[in-house]
Design a protein around this ligand. Structure first.
Ligand SMILES: Nc1nc2c(ncn2[C@@H]2O[C@H](COP(=O)(O)OP(=O)(O)O)[C@@H](O)[C@H]2O)c(=O)[nH]1
Ligand SMILES: [Mg+2]
Length: 686
């Protein structure tokens, strides 16, 4: 494939609520542009974009897919994204490397939760965008009702450049409000506007002309003077207004009937920006955000926006070049890792199809296999001119599951598989919870983790069960106590003897377990003290209330005795452990529960419901911060109450909220809570 000039590239992300038709639209675009010879269908599992077996099975997109095509000598790098909110990580990566967006809205369902969400992402990224009202052929499709809803949600700047001809089973094509021609059927036949649509077309055209003229003083003068704007003036005004976000053009059609698709391609070509028109954000040496101009004749700067793990081809790294070019079989410098990386054969990807290329230039995107140390978000550049591109901001994983391997063989492969998965998906995290001895996988939501588990089986042959993680409760004492334990046994010849006196004293929260040796006069010989400490530490792993680890106390060994022949390390370990257990029993043990800081972000209307729900969860609300129609609520809440908060939040807000949690501290569990936990642990043991 040839190298394209910056102005001859469009990097474009497709966004929507799940099921609005992005993947179908992408397929129709590829077909219209001649990049595929056969129109695939989501329902048959034959689209270029959803090639992954998990995607075919669920009939939803899970990963972003690169879908390049060429239209009017311009390379369009289309990126299809998953609409399902659990896979927001993929969406963030795709938005970061695009200059424009097409937000797909279903003509029957209208604006949905996911539509609002992707609108917000593209606002935050200041992406010039279109809205494509899709599924005009469907029952209940209603262009004007959907348009009204779009304008009331996102503002009157959402202006149609087209109106439909017919609707639902009678949907035939579109009227283009700039050319004032009709485009009917597939492939589209140009013709006159049907007389029934003439008046409506004229009135909608007027709004577009006015908005396009407003962008430029000379144009508005001409317009207000009653002069007709030329097609070129109109196009330029519209392009500029779209670029500045003053207009969001609304287009329409049907992806599965391939209607309106070539008009959409023309509009992408005409009105959405090329890489040349967007500054590149870099992080300076002093850690500030700065901008530079995109350029082909400059040292290399490329951003890695996705990494996929495949057991057969290995790691595949997707990158976007901002300046300079990257060559096959070369060496690059990874600024984030601070190391050189060998680059083998470069590819462009279309779905799963890899096409080798010698070089990927500025503005364009590509992929490379088997990089050794590069991860998502890293910058690749020349060692002589190191640069750091602004990273991708991924949401922090907040929903956790405990991963239990199904068999011994699964256990052996578990660690490696989890590492590969987390490498592939920056919104997944793996850690070992020492307190509960569980492997914890955290992600965005339930489906996200379920898909991760399926991937583990399919890609790495590791079978796992996901369960709600155990809460790492702890125990401590509230009163000082003294305890004595003598381990003495006479078994035939050689006996056993160890004797320890301990004093236990409660310490403030967060102090952990302290061991102090106060033995004087060699009542316990120095060489046995470490064994006493070992015994105390081991016994502290299981408290006397509910077998949770004991913390926040000082154990002082102050006396004891020994036997010159029968004493040994093991005997003093047993004595130390025994003394601790006795001391705990008389030290008025209590149960401690972990408290987390939770930050919930929801549209303002949900504030009352969120607070109400948090109150039932024993939370302390610390503060609220309303801004731009959203409210950020900070609270402290017992971890046990928010183990499945992703699910609760989704049902309260229909998916409009997000949250994060971080560990704060331990607190005494209220009596009724403690009783329940203790009873559960007893039942478990029985
Ligand atoms: N009638 C009709 N159905 C469509 C159209 N576009 C997509 N669909 C169907 O809507 C469903 C979801 O489409 P898909 O492309 O997977 O949506 P995505 O989740 O946004 O990628 C599939 O069953 C498609 O066949 C359309 O223009 N008309
Ligand atoms: Mg899809």
């Amino acid at each position: 494939m040839e190298q394209y000039r910056l102005e001859d590239i469009r990097n474009l992300v497709l966004l929507s609520h799940s099921g609005a038709g992005k993947t179908s639209l992408a397929e129709a675009i590829l077909f219209a542009a001649g990049a595929v010879t056969r129109l695939g269908k989501v329902d048959d599992g034959t689209t270029t974009s959803d090639y992954d077996p998990d995607e075919i099975k669920r009939q939803i997109s899970i990963s972003l897919a690169m879908l390049p095509c060429e239209w009017k000598k311009t390379k369009i790098n289309l990126i299809d994204t998953p609409g399902y909110s659990d896979f927001v990580g993929e969406v963030k990566g795709a938005v970061r490397v695009s200059e424009g967006a097409v937000i797909v809205v279903c003509a029957a369902s209208g604006v949905e939760v996911g539509t609002e969400q992707v609108w917000e992402y593209s606002e935050a990224a200041k992406l010039p965008r279109f809205i494509f009202i899709n599924k005009m052929d469907r029952e209940n499709a209603d262009f004007y009702k959907t348009l009204e809803q779009i304008q009331s949600e996102f503002g009157p700047k959402c202006l149609p450049l087209q109106i439909p001809i017919g609707s639902q089973s009678d949907f035939q094509g579109i009227v283009d409000l700039l050319t004032m021609k009709s485009y009917v059927g597939s492939p589209a036949k140009e013709g006159d506007i049907p007389s029934s649509e003439q008046a409506r077309a004229e009135s909608f055209r007027e709004k577009v002309v006015e908005a396009a003229a407003e962008i430029d003083d000379s144009l508005i003068e001409k317009y207000l003077g009653g002069e007709e704007l030329s097609m070129k003036e109109l196009g330029d005004g519209l392009r500029q207004a779209t670029m500045m976000g003053k207009i969001v053009p609304v287009l329409t059609g049907s992806a599965t009937k391939s209607i309106g698709v070539t008009s959409l391609l023309d509009a992408i070509y005409s009105y959405l920006p090329s890489p040349e028109e967007r500054d590149v954000v870099i992080i300076s040496d002093s850690n500030k955000r700065e901008t530079i101009k995109p350029s082909q004749d400059a040292p290399l700067a490329a951003l890695v926006f996705k990494t996929s793990a495949d057991p057969y081809v290995g790691k595949l790294t997707y990158f976007r070049v901002y300046t300079g070019a990257i060559d096959s079989n070369s060496q690059v410098w990874n600024t984030v890792q601070g190391a050189a990386e060998r680059v083998g054969q470069l590819f462009t990807l279309r779905g799963k199809i890899q096409e080798p290329v010698p070089k990927v230039g500025a503005g364009d995107m590509g992929a490379v296999a088997k990089l050794s140390l590069t991860g998502t978000g890293d910058t690749l550049c020349n060692q002589s001119k190191p640069m750091k591109l602004a990273p991708i901001e991924f949401p922090a994983p907040a929903f956790s599951g405990a991963v239990h391997p199904k068999t011994k063989a699964d256990l052996d492969k578990l660690g490696a598989a989890l590492t590969r998965l987390a490498e592939e998906d920056p919104t997944l995290q793996v850690r070992r919870e020492a307190d509960t001895n569980e492997t914890i996988l955290s992600g965005i939501g339930e489906t996200h983790l379920a898909v991760a588990a399926e991937k583990m089986l399919r890609k790495f042959g590791v079978g796992v069960r996901l369960e709600t993680p155990r809460v790492p409760y702890k125990e401590t004492i509230t009163a000082s106590a003294k305890a004595e334990y003598k381990h003495k046994k006479q078994t035939g010849g050689h006996g056993q003897y160890g004797h320890v006196l301990l004093e236990l004293e409660p310490l403030p929260r967060g102090s952990g377990l302290e061991f102090v040796d106060k033995v004087v006069g060699g009542r316990i010989p120095k060489n046995y003290i470490p064994s006493v400490e070992k015994g105390v530490n081991e016994a502290a792993q299981e408290g006397v209330l509910a077998r949770y680890p004991v913390v926040d106390l000082r154990a002082r060994v102050y006396d004891g005795s020994f036997h010159p022949v029968d004493s040994s390390d093991i005997c003093f370990k047993i004595a130390g452990a025994g003394a601790l257990k006795k001391g705990l029993s008389s030290g008025q043990s209590i149960l401690l529960e972990p408290i987390v800081n939770i930050r919930v972000r929801v549209p303002e209307d949900f504030t009352g419901d969120i607070i109400g729900d948090l109150n039932t969860k024993r939370a302390r609300v610390l503060g609220m911060n309303p801004e731009d129609g959203f409210n950020t609520i900070d609270a402290q809440v017992p971890l046990a109450e928010v183990m499945r908060y992703a699910v609760d939040l989704k049902s309260i807000t229909q998916g409009r909220g997000s949250y994060s949690v971080e560990f704060s501290h331990y607190e005494e569990a209220p009596a009724h809570v403690a009783q329940k936990i203790i009873a559960e642990r007893q039942a478990e043991k029985a």
